[in-house]
Write a protein that binds this ligand. Structure first.
Ligand SMILES: NC(=O)c1ccc[n+]([C@@H]2O[C@H](COP(=O)([O-])OP(=O)(O)OC[C@H]3O[C@@H](n4cnc5c(N)ncnc54)[C@H](O)[C@@H]3O)[C@@H](O)[C@H]2O)c1
Length: 366
């Protein structure tokens, strides 16, 4: 078995979770790891935890050696750098797994796909952390078995009082709050997972974002005027998912990392024969799927409880899925057309909110 080389760009918070995931893999001894970050403090903190990783102060220097066919570059830097770094890594002749969100806008994402195709390499996105989850898989099976009849509505609502990345979560990393660096707020941060889950479930061939809005509710801020904070922290959209069989599902999408309203987490799919509500994140010990059907004119609930798989945590999935896909194994990796389609659906929410016009995204390969 030959050595596989994995190059990590960025030695910040998320890079460490990729290394931990790689260290759990059965092939870990056959993987050679390198990391590049111009920030010496970040590099020192990374190397303290993972002294076996070879370090560099620039990606260019790290990727200077000739590429091997299975080399993977993980781009784990802030979003405003994703396009340039992923492009350069692809052009070096390596596969690229880029952190979520894939890019800053649709144009960049399409150009990455074109570069990957030109180089005969794959571009993947880390928006897979909440795929292949026991409850989502159960709901997918229920859909395949036709237990809901014709599905027509999905509510996907996740609202937190205060859960802003860059303030309550990871306050040391303020770039999350600056749109020129993050590309957006809670929708760029959590939306990649939301859309990955919705597209995995419904497999739309076309998505119409009919209406979208974005706000940043006012609250006390634990910093002065020197911090740029211009990202949305509450957003909503009315979206129509067009399915392969010609049917449509009306999606009510809402995400809040700051709201003065109540906290809520509702993921519910309704069909002509039944509805299902489920825990789509599975972050607790066990998770439920609640199926409601009609019995003699009455609504009757059936509950399914599942223990949550503790052997694999969401942070392990992106590199594990991508690695497995490249090695010809069954995998839920999001790559190439799929990654760009998902990202385009996400950006369509921003484009619709900004233009006040409906935005359509077509899947190029159904
Ligand atoms: N923090 C999380 O919990 C989390 C979870 C999932 C995904 N992500 C995603 O991971 C990415 C990085 O987030 P983070 O929280 O690790 O950020 P971070 O700020 O902790 O780390 C980013 C690192 O990238 C480095 N960097 C910047 N430009 C670089 C360049 N040109 N070459 C090499 N290194 C460079 C910085 O010096 C920094 O050390 C983002 O896209 C984010 O959305 C973060």
């Amino acid at each position: 078995m030959s050595i596989n080389r994995i190059y990590i760009v960025g030695a910040g918070v998320i890079s460490k979770s990729h290394v931990k995931a790689l260290m759990k893999m059965s092939e870990s001894k056959m993987i050679k790891l390198s990391v590049a970050d111009p920030n010496q403090l970040a590099l020192d903190s990374f190397l303290e935890q993972f002294p076996h990783v070879q370090s560099f102060t620039s990606m260019k220097e790290m990727l200077a050696e000739p590429a091997a066919s299975n080399d993977i570059v993980i781009v784990a830097t802030p979003p405003f750098t994703h396009y340039e770094l992923s492009l350069e890594a692809l052009q070096s002749g390596r596969h690229v797994l880029c952190e979520k969100p894939l890019a800053m806008n649709r144009d960049e994402a399409v150009r990455l796909l074109e570069a990957a195709n030109r180089m005969n390499k794959h571009i993947g996105c880390c928006s897979t952390r909440f795929l292949d989850i026991v409850t989502n898989n159960k709901v997918k099976r229920m859909l395949e078995e036709g237990l809901l009849g014709r599905v027509y509505q999905l509510k996907f609502i996740n609202r937190k009082h205060r859960s802003r990345t860059g303030i309550e979560y990871q306050p040391s990393t303020r770039w999350f709050l600056d749109r020129s660096k993050s590309g957006g707020g809670t929708v760029m941060d959590w939306g990649p997972y939301d859309i990955a889950c919705l597209n995995d479930l419904l497999k739309p061939v076309r998505v119409d974002v009919l209406h979208a809005w974005m706000e940043n509710p006012e609250t006390f801020l634990p910093f002065g005027n020197e911090v740029i904070f211009d990202t949305e922290q509450h957003a909503g959209a009315a979206i129509v998912f067009h399915l392969k069989d010609g049917s449509k599902v009306n999606v009510t999408y809402e995400r809040a990392a700051c709201t003065h309203g109540d906290e809520q987490s509702i993921v519910e799919l309704e069909g002509t024969r039944g509805s299902v509500r489920w825990d789509w994140l599975c972050l607790k010990e066990s998770a439920e799927v609640v199926y409601t059907i009609d019995q003699d004119g009455q609504a009757v609930k059936q509950k399914f409880s599942f223990p949550v798989d503790k052997n694999i945590n969401p942070f392990d999935k992106p590199i594990l899925f991508f690695y497995n896909a490249l090695h010809g194994q069954d995998s839920r990796a999001l790559m190439d057309e799929d990654a760009v389609f998902n990202f385009s659906c996400l950006r369509a929410i921003y484009e619709c909110a900004e233009s006040d016009q409906p935005i359509t995204v077509e899947r190029r390969r159904a």
